[in-house]
Design a protein around this ligand. Structure first.
Ligand SMILES: [Zn+2]
Length: 235
C-alpha cells in the first residue's frame, strides 16, 4: 500500500496544484517555478536584506566539497542560507589531483574568496562508493571512481571483513581522508593554512539521521613538515 507523500514534498505540492489537463512534464516544470516563487517570497519575508545584499557580492566562509547525491544538499543540512557556502560537488566527492573543475573551485575559494574553512564530506549509502566496492563495469564512471578502487585495493583485507553497510561507510571515510591529503598537497591551500589559519575538515553525513560526524584528521608534526617541504611552491 503506498504511503502518503510527506507534507512539503514535490508529490504533495503536485497534488495540491495539479490541473486536470496538465501533462506529467508540464506538471513538474510548473511546480518548480511555483515552488521557486514561493521560496523567494518567503526568503524576502524572513530575511528582507539577504537577496539584495547577495546581488552585490558573496563572502562565504566555507568551501564545501561533497557528493552530488540529492540527499546531501550542503546549505540545507548545515541550516545555512544562500551566500554562506561555496560548493563543489561530484560523484562520491572525489578530488583527482589534476581535475580542472575542483582545482578551479579550490583556487578561487581559497585565493579570492578567502574562505576560512574547507569541508570534504562523504556520506552513508553513497552510490559511488558502493559501485567501487562492486565489480560491475560502469563506463565513464570507472576512471572517475578509480581512486576509490585503489583505496579498496589498499584496504582489501579490512573491507572484506566488514558487513556491506559498514564497508561502504569505511570506504567513504578512507575516501574523505584521501581527499584531505590531496587537498593539502595544493600549494594554495598550504599557503592559506600557514599564513591566515585556513582550517580543513573531513566529515561523514548520515543520510538516515541528517547528522554530520567530523573525522579526526590530526597528524604528527613530521608529516606536516614533510608535506610543506614537498608541495609548497613559490609564486
Ligand atoms: Zn554519494
Amino acid at each position: 500500500m503506498p504511503t502518503a507523500a510527506p507534507s512539503g514534498s514535490l508529490e504533495n505540492f503536485a497534488e495540491a496544484h495539479a490541473g486536470a489537463n496538465d501533462t506529467p512534464f508540464a506538471d513538474k516544470f510548473s511546480i518548480l517555478l511555483a515552488k521557486n516563487k514561493d521560496w523567494a517570497a518567503q526568503t524576502y519575508k524572513q530575511h528582507p536584506d539577504l537577496l539584495p545584499q547577495l546581488a552585490v557580492g558573496q563572502h562565504p566562509e566555507i568551501l564545501w566539497i561533497g557528493c552530488s547525491d540529492s540527499r546531501c544538499p550542503e546549505t540545507t543540512i548545515l541550516g545555512l542560507l544562500p551566500g554562506d557556502v561555496f560548493t563543489h560537488r561530484n560523484i562520491a566527492n572525489v578530488i583527482h589531483p589534476a581535475d580542472l573543475s575542483s582545482g578551479a573551485v579550490i583556487e578561487y575559494a581559497v585565493r579570492h574568496l578567502q574562505v576560512k574553512h574547507i569541508v570534504i564530506c562523504g556520506h552513508t549509502k553513497c552510490g559511488g562508493v558502493a559501485a567501487a566496492l562492486g565489480n560491475k563495469g560502469l563506463g565513464i564512471l570507472d576512471p572517475w571512481l578509480l581512486p576509490l578502487r585503489q583505496l579498496r585495493e589498499q584496504h582489501h583485507t579490512e573491507l572484506e571483513t566488514l558487513p556491506g553497510d559498514e564497508a561502504t561507510v569505511k570506504l567513504a571515510e578512507l575516501n574523505v581522508r584521501e581527499g584531505l591529503k590531496t587537498l593539502k598537497q595544493k600549494s594554495v591551500v598550504l599557503e592559506a593554512i600557514q599564513e591566515r589559519g585556513l582550517q580543513v575538515h573531513g566529515m561523514i553525513y548520515d543520510v538516515g539521521s541528517g547528522v554530520l560526524r567530523e573525522l579526526d584528521s590530526s597528524e604528527p608534526e613530521d608529516a606536516i613538515k614533510a608535506r610543506y617541504a614537498s608541495f609548497k611552491t613559490e609564486a
